[in-house]
Design a binder for this molecule. Structure first.
Ligand SMILES: NC(=O)C1=CN([C@@H]2O[C@H](COP(=O)(O)OP(=O)(O)OC[C@H]3O[C@@H](n4cnc5c(N)ncnc54)[C@H](OP(=O)(O)O)[C@@H]3O)[C@@H](O)[C@H]2O)C=CC1
Ligand SMILES: O=C(O)C1=N[C@H](C(=O)O)C[C@H](O)C1
Length: 266
């Protein structure tokens, strides 16, 4: 199977090159970066700190996507929407790790998924996807007298908040409670807020240093507190998950899939 890497010079792009190179079931067919990036023309192996691979980073996304069976894409929302459009033209599967989409972009991607297989997840690690399932179960079991707060911390360069993972966890908690997250989500608190509303799902965002990604779901009740935590120490967990997702799309009909589909977690 041929996989191409979009945004090859990014923190995740370089991890994706490494993960594909290490997997005997797949080959890397190409890689892209933004037009004008200093990475254009560089060998992708050297870019990832490996031996040269004889493939240069390109700015021609359409050509790179057309030559691949699947693309792995951890870039920015605007680029991911465009890559989905191009992938649909060539029948290429699209693995989207990018986070921070607005509603219109989510809708555009869902529409494109009627024509190709798209796996989209704010977190592609096994551990977080298990945490998502646990969060849904615990939220359902505990009910409304336990307050739910989601705390995340990431490196100082992260540009979106709350993290895609925090939103997945919020959705899971809301699903467990059989409520709509949009109607109960509290993303900021400042000044004289008054007491907490029963049923709110709160988000707290921390940024600093080189933290790869920490997430905790807190269930705070009368006299007791339950906390579920995942800490990522290495971006390789996300990259290996994305390669697994790419392989999984082979022979799959068009659709918008989640990492839980790939991992068989319900
Ligand atoms: N789902 C998951 O498991 C994970 C998701 N993420 C998400 O992945 C995304 C990327 O994260 P990270 O790697 O840290 O960010 P980086 O900024 O390090 O990497 C993004 C890369 O994409 C490039 N890029 C932007 N636009 C285009 C384009 N049109 N064509 C080609 N390349 C483009 C950027 O280039 P330039 O800087 O030159 O614009 C940059 O090199 C984020 O949304 C993050 O939240 C991260 C880790 C795990
Ligand atoms: O930007 C990151 O770094 C990460 N982004 C994803 C997110 O928004 O949840 C996944 C991971 O936590 C790292």
């Amino acid at each position: 199977m041929k996989i191409a890497v979009m945004g090859a010079a990014g923190r995740m792009g370089r991890q994706l090159i490494t993960a594909i190179a290490a997997d005997p079931h797949v080959t890397i067919s190409g890689a892209t970066e933004t037009a004008g990036s200093p990475a254009i023309g560089r060998d992708i192996g050297e870019l990832a700190g490996l031996e040269p691979m004889g493939i240069a980073v390109s700015s021609d996304a359409a050509a790179v996507i057309a030559a691949a069976d699947a693309i792995v894409d951890f870039t920015v929302p605007k680029a991911s929407v465009e890559f989905a459009r191009l992938a649909a033209q060539s029948g290429t599967a699209h693995i989207i790790g990018t986070t921070g989409f607005d509603k219109a972009s989510e809708t555009a991607i869902a529409e494109t998924a009627t024509r190709i297989a798209i796996v989209k997840a704010g977190n592609m690690s096994l551990g977080v996807n298990l945490l998502v399932a646990l969060t849904r179960q615990v939220a359902a079991a505990l009910g409304n007298d336990f307050d739910i707060e989601i705390v995340e911390m990431h490196h100082r360069m992260k540009i979106d908040a709350p993290s895609g993972t925090a939103l997945m966890l919020g959705e899971a908690a809301a699903k467990g409670r059989k409520i709509a997250l949009d109607e109960h989500s509290v993303r900021t608190r400042d000044g004289h807020t008054g007491p907490r509303h029963a049923g709110d799902i709160g988000f707290a965002t921390l940024r600093g240093g080189t933290v790869v990604g920490d997430h905790t779901v807190i269930f705070a009740g009368e006299g007791e507190r339950l906390e579920l935590t995942h800490r990522a120490a290495d971006r390789g967990i996300f990259a290996r998950g994305a390669v697994k997702a790419a392989i999984w799309t082979q022979g799959k009909p068009p659709g918008l899939y989640a990492m839980s589909d790939v991992l068989g977690i319900s």
